[in-house]
Design a protein around this ligand. Structure first.
Ligand SMILES: Cc1cc2nc3c(=O)[nH]c(=O)nc-3n(C[C@H](O)[C@H](O)[C@H](O)COP(=O)(O)OP(=O)(O)OC[C@H]3O[C@@H](n4cnc5c(N)ncnc54)[C@H](O)[C@@H]3O)c2cc1C
Length: 425
């Protein structure tokens, strides 16, 4: 296991709820077995438990131990590559329905925060910053696309207007969105787990699923027991690896790294991001940043497709951060960590059914904080007999990544291409 994937995060240090669950020991029969306790799995578990199903969630590490407890905390609008790819495949009317589902994903977060009283420090507002003058056109097109879909609250900021809000001279302007934002992702994940537990779902940590059977009586085997169910939900995302061979080639794990500074104080934090928006640049391999509730800067990026990581990730990320915010050059780094993002070949999430009893969703391609919970909810809907929306999203086609020895080198080469494009565009 690579260092950054297990390094303790700022989120673990500031989690507002300490809950733990026992490992599964022995055999169990239930209605729905869920593999993975991130947003996808917990959201499905919560919906199903509330609807009266017996649910068992099996988690290899701990709740939020995958991407859901270690991400940038940015709640984004729509799908990672925008609408055009969906429209090209499904047509304008169905693509519009997909966008509506993505909008509902953000409202679902708000609703659950309120209903289950989850403290996350949720803030709305997002700055998409132009890394190159030529990127402004793309940002404007993105704003027009959103406005065309009835989304209210996009505005373009000139370089001077951006510099009033953001303590950086690096960018050439920005697109500001009112209905995207940020929060403490692990606290949200723990809140979902707590709500699912209260609704009757059984959660097992330290319980890695080693084998699955997707037949008419699906079954999962762990090292200490087995669960037989009527339905199975696979929500292991990038961390599932080769456990399910039919899903292995459908996503690729990409590492992203994050650092937080020491607390900066109210004034310094405000001088960095005046209105406490989330921010990201417009590069393909993007940097993202935001303030934390205790006035640190959280800075992430540097997606990495190879199996190697920099020897000193903290120093590596600090150099990137100081390029954006040179005033932080003497500020200490408090936490450094990373996690796996699952990407698909077309950067659209991948979901479907491996059999009439087994559903999966993964590959949110860096934009799953909102979407993953919604895909989990839609799998629960499908199990409850209303699969229209899940079927719609399942119709999005993906080219699988190649397997075998060329898998990683091919992705590394693709990454080099995009790095070069970011540098030259
Ligand atoms: C560093 C980083 C930054 C990110 N930043 C953002 C962001 O700012 N905004 C955004 O929208 N998205 C972001 N993402 C992506 C987002 O976090 C994910 O899309 C989302 O959390 C996916 O949720 P999930 O439940 O599908 O998967 P995960 O949260 O990864 O959960 C999968 C779980 O399954 C478990 N598991 C896997 N295999 C097994 C097995 N065999 N048996 C039992 N359990 C298993 C894992 O341990 C893991 O806990 C980021 C991701 C990373 C890593």
């Amino acid at each position: 296991m690579r260092n950054s994937l297990t390094a303790p995060s700022y989120y673990q240090a500031t989690a507002n709820r300490k809950i733990s669950f026992p490992p599964l020991e022995g055999d169990l029969e239930t209605d729905v077995a869920v593999v993975g306790a991130g947003y996808t799995g917990l959201s499905a578990a919560l919906e199903l438990a509330e609807a009266g199903y017996r649910v068992a969630v099996l988690e290899a590490s701990h709740v939020g131990g995958g991407a859901s407890g270690r991400n940038g905390g940015q709640i984004c609008t729509g799908f990672s590559p925008g609408q055009a790819r969906i429209t090209a495949q499904l047509g304008a009317s169905d693509a519009r329905k997909c966008f509506d589902i993505a909008e509902e994903a953000k409202r679902l977060i708000e609703l659950r925060i309120e209903k289950y009283k989850i403290e996350t420090g949720l803030q709305w507002g997002y700055l998409h910053c132009a890394a190159k003058p030529s990127h402004l056109e793309g940002l404007r097109a993105g704003a027009d696309e959103l406005s065309g879909l009835g989304y209210v609250g996009c505005s373009m900021l000139s370089k001077a207007e951006l510099e009033e809000r953001l303590g950086s001279k690096l960018y050439h302007g920005a697109m500001r969105e009112a209905r995207a934002g940020h929060f403490h992702p692990l606290n949200y994940c723990l809140g979902l787990a707590n709500a699912a537990r209260k609704a009757g779902a059984a959660i097992y940590e330290d319980t890695r699923v080693l084998e699955i059977d997707t037949g008419s009586k699906p079954c999962v085997r762990t090292n200490k027991g087995k669960v037989t169910a009527k339905f199975l939900i696979l929500a292991g995302n990038a961390y599932l690896g080769k456990t399910v061979s039919r899903l292995y080639g459908r996503v690729m794990p990409v590492t992203s790294f994050i650092v937080t500074t020491e607390p900066l104080g109210d004034n310094m934090a405000r001088s960095l991001i005046r209105d406490n928006e989330a921010g990201a640049d417009s590069n393909f391999i993007l940097d993202y940043f935001r303030r934390t509730e205790d006035n640190r800067l959280l800075f992430g990026g540097a997606a990495n497709y190879s199996t190697l990581e920099p020897s000193d990730i903290g120093a590596f990320m600090k150099r990137r951060m100081v390029k954006v915010f040179p005033q932080l050059k003497d500020v200490g780094i408090s936490h450094t960590w990373g996690g796996y993002i699952a990407i698909t070949s077309n950067r659209l999430p991948d979901c479907g059914a491996l059999s009439p009893t087994t559903f999966y969703a993964h590959g949110y391609s860096g934009q799953g904080v909102a979407l993953a919970g919604m895909y989990g909810k839609l799998m629960a809907e499908a199990i409850r007999g209303t699969s229209e929306r899940f079927d719609l999203l399942s119709r999005i086609r993906h080219l699988p990544f190649p397997g075998g020895p060329i898998r990683t080198p091919m992705l590394v080469a693709a990454m080099l291409f995009y790095r070069l494009r970011d540098a030259l565009s």
